[in-house]
Design a protein around this ligand. Sequence first.
Ligand code: ASP
Length: 356
Amino acid sequence: MKKTVSLVLCFLLILTSFAAVVFADSPEKQTASENKGKVVVLATGGTIAGVGEEGKTAGYKPGSLTAEELLAAVPELADVAEIEAIQVCNVNSDDITAEVWLTLANTINKMAKDPDVKGFVITHGTDTMEETAFFLNLTVKTDKPVVLTGSMRPSTSISADGPMNLYEAVCLAASKEAVGKGVLTVFSDRIYAARSVTKTSTYNVMAISAGETGAIGIIRDGAVYLYESPMKKHTAESEFDVSGLTTLPKVSVLYFCVDADPELLRFAAEHADGLVIAGAGAGEFSEKWINIINKLSIPVVISSRIDDGVITKDNLLCGNTVAADNLSPQKAAILLRLALTGDTDQERLEELFSTY
Ligand code: ASP
């Protein structure tokens, strides 16, 4: 009798342990918040939040859907992370301002201290996404992933690309692979570093690219494959501190072409703290422009209207200017604006443009 009772007890013990193991591994038991951490989605507008005539790809209003509506279109996100949505603004990205950049940087810097937060996604219009990415690359003080994405087709078009881009951005922001890689952009399955990412088409779903440098990785079904790492200083290693700023110095970008009006250059110089020239070829411009630039006392950085290549000190036509390395004019303007928040002379600017 005693033996039978012990056998039954033994059997029950084995059964309950087995059940405990089975239920502990049951996927229903794992909630995103318990196991996967939080990704903060900061929505700023753009075509990804665009609404227009059902089925059409053009003639829509960007920045129409809210952050919550964007997220509702991708229920699969619940399997990736707990999502916190913040509506920073809801604009066409051509209306992004320095104030929006500062809000984004300061919000990320504050929230990154929360151990539950794994990473950040910024939904953004594609026109100026590369500028916001580079600004944040120089001003966020965290190794946690910060990923920008957007779309080329509005939410109401046939085969809108926004939901997949958003899904991939959240997967990347929640991944360990993206930690310490600087600010990233994900678009149409490709991952780009903030310093080199740029928009290269006015209409195509592969509108985001990175010129000579190329993509640094790809993403498939939420799995991240990274092959390269950005070499220039960024994020946690960057020296730029924007915590006390409410605006940025004014820098104008001037595009040179045949017969470009020298008066525009003179006007811009009188109304800005610094200038970036998008020169022809290796950063060149006419004698008329050379004569004006030689006499300027504000900082002037020389970039090129050509997508590929580099501007070095040897290319410079005026001794009082600084070479932008391979930064596009719009990115050189961001670095110059940040540089002008501190003390700078020509030597210091040269150092910054070779470091970042
Ligand atoms: N004009 C839009 C924007 O930058 C274009 C886009 O998002 O694709 O907000």
